[in-house]
Structures are given as C-alpha cells and as structure tokens.
Write a protein that binds this ligand. Structure first.
Ligand code: TYM
Length: 324
C-alpha cells in the first residue's frame, strides 16, 4: 500500500525556538517513520514581512541545518527550499481565484502581523500560498502548532472547493498537533505565545542556545503569585508553561512532575526545568555545529529537483482539470 504524505513548512526567519520544536518539529521527525514525508523551508513566506536579502540567505541555510540537526533524515524525507519549486506559486495563484476575501479578512495572524509589519498583498495571501504548499504534494497530514489551525481550515476548505468544482484531486488534510506543547508560551509573558519575532531575547529558548544561556533564560522566566508548583493554565500560566516544557523534554507526565516538585521552591524547580531543556537540546546543538553550509546547500538542491518532479505531476492534472 502506498504511504500517506505528510507535509509541513518552517519559515527561515532565524530564532527557531523550543515552541517551534515542541509544537511542530518533533512531530516532523517522528512522522518520517510512517509517512512519505516532505518538509520545506518556506522562504517565500518569510518575505511577507520586512527583511534584508543577506539575512534571508543566512537564515535559510541555518534553518535547513537545524532541520537536519533535529533528525530530519534526507534518506527518508524530502527536504527543500520552497522558492526552488515554482509550482507552489503557480498553484497559489490558481487557488487564490477560489478564495473569498472574507476568509482572509478573518485571519488572526494577518491582523497581528500587519499591525507590526504593515499591510501587503503577500501577507494577506499568506494562507493561500500555505494551502498551495500542502496541496501541491497532495498531503494527507500536516504537523503544526496550534497557531496554524485557522490556516489549516482554509486549506481544507480550498481542497473541498476545488474537488467539488473541478473534480476529485486533493485529499482534505488533517492537522497533527501534540496534546502538550501545541502552544508554548513566552517565558516573559506566559499569556502570549513564544514567538520568533519577540524582541525580548529572554522570552524564548533557541534550539542553538548554549547551556548557560538556557539556564539564565529559564531562571528569569516570569512565574506566578503563590509558591506551589501546580498545573493550572488560567491561574498559574508561568509555572504551567514550565511544567509543559519539562514534561515534553523528559517524557514524564505533568502529574508526575507536580507530585515531585509541588512543595519545592521556584528556584529549585526552574533549575530542574533548565537541566531537562539543556540535556534535550545538547545533541541538536552538537549536530548543528558539525554541519557545513556547502554540503547542506547541495542537499537542498537535490531535494528541490525531486520535489519539482512530484509537484509537476500534480500540476499537470490540476491544469487539465481547470481547462488549461
Ligand atoms: P513558522 O515558521 O512560523 O512556525 C513553525 C512551526 O512552529 C509552530 N509554532 C509553535 N508551536 C508551539 N508553540 C509556539 N509558541 C509556536 N510558535 C510556532 C507553528 O505552528 C509551526 O507549525 N505558516 C507556517 C509555515 C508554513 C507551513 C506551510 C506549515 C508555510 N507553509 C505548509 C505547514 C504547511 C508557520 O507559521 O511557520
């Protein structure tokens, strides 16, 4: 039986953090075993906010290196840069003609980002390009964090709409999101999500942060009033966030951690969280530093070649169905 396709994308905006890892990237690695896995560094999405070309060039290869370092295995997964497979953009245009403006007007990420970065058509059309990424590979499953739920709904609607209008072509993809870690919160403001673009470096732990930096950031994490280590995302958002992070890095349940740390001091608990994160990230950091840019760029070109062939197969059928 043919394996189902899993697809996901990561923006090369630098600052890749444990929220990205726990919410999405860890599942990317796990899903390689059971799916036909296709993963993409979505560089065309990254230019929807102001940027510098030399930063993009650097961040792109660093992002690719990080994906290899966490365990994306080019023997088992197809990995490439979005901009090297033009079919993504072509399908985005075709799907744009099926996308009502009302749907795009409701997107919370557009509202949030356009407040900060200004409005442009690319940012507005971001969810349509994302749908095209997924659909050009006829993906069945998409591992992402909770913040992408709205975009996935748009994708599913577009797949159904296309199939109804032009004939069966696309699977309606399911979202794969972890039970714990789907929305890792900022260490400095546990009521908002950990974000690559937060200017406060202490708000997030990066995958390549050195151990002493990780410890410092976790020690300075905002905690809540009261002294008990308890899990309650409403009343104790800071401690609950740290419990979730620790649970994900140790594989222990939250109940188990609460039982052990309930009566300990915040300082002691935070050190234990830091230990778990440092230990979990050490192999990633080691693997990352061992990779050479030139080798990675060659690998990405190979990936793009295969991805182009696969995407072109889909596009030939899509074009024919649409009357071209
Ligand atoms: P990006 O690069 O912004 O985020 C990458 C992944 O990290 C998840 N994530 C989080 N998960 C938990 N807690 C957080 N604080 C947190 N912050 C980010 C995101 O949900 C995402 O899964 N739009 C996508 C990129 C994309 C894409 C695609 C994804 C473009 N095309 C097609 C899937 C399929 C994004 O926001 O990436």
């Amino acid at each position: 039986m043919e394996r189902k396709v899993v697809f996901s994308g990561l923006q090369p905006t630098g600052n890749i953090h444990i929220g990205n890892y726990l919410g999405a990237l860890r599942n990317w690695v796990l899903l390689q075993d059971d799916y036909d896995a296709i993963y993409c560094v979505v560089d065309l999405h990254a230019i929807t906010v102001p940027y510098e070309p030399e930063d993009l060039r650097r961040d792109r290869v660093e992002t690719a290196k990080l994906l290899l370092a966490i365990g994306i295995d080019p023997e088992r997964s197809l990995l490439y840069y979005q901009s090297q497979v033009r079919q993504h953009v072509e399908l985005a245009w075709l799907l744009a003609t099926l996308t009502p403006l009302g749907v795009l007007n409701r997107m919370t990420q557009f509202k949030e980002k356009s407040d900060k970065a200004g409005r442009n058509l690319g940012l507005y059309a971001y969810p349509v390009l994302m749908a095209a990424d997924i659909m050009v590979h006829k993906a069945h499953a998409v591992p992402v964090g909770e913040d992408q739920t709205q975009h996935l709904e748009v994708t599913r609607d577009l797949a159904e709409k296309f199939n109804n209008r032009f004939g069966e072509e696309f699977p309606v993809p399911e979202q794969i999101t972890p039970k714990v870690g789907a929305r890792v919160m900022s260490l400095q403001d546990p009521t908002s999500k950990m974000s690559k673009t937060d200017p406060d470096a202490r708000s997030k732990v990066l995958l390549v942060d050195p151990p002493q930096v990780i410890r410092k950031k976790i020690r300075s994490a905002v905690t809540d009033s009261g002294h008990e280590i308890e899990y309650d995302r409403e009343k104790k958002p800071g401690v609950s966030n740290l419990l979730e992070i620790m649970s994900q890095f140790t594989g222990r349940s939250i109940d188990d951690l609460v039982a052990e740390y309930h009566d300990t001091l915040y300082g002691h608990f935070k050190d234990a969280v830091a230990d778990a994160v440092i230990e979990g990230l050490a192999p990633i950091r080691d693997a990352y530093t061992a990779l050479a840019d030139a080798d990675v760029e060659a690998l990405m070109l190979d990936g793009a070649k295969v991805a182009r062939e696969r995407a072109e197969d889909s596009m030939a059928s899509v074009r024919a169905k649409m009357g071209f």
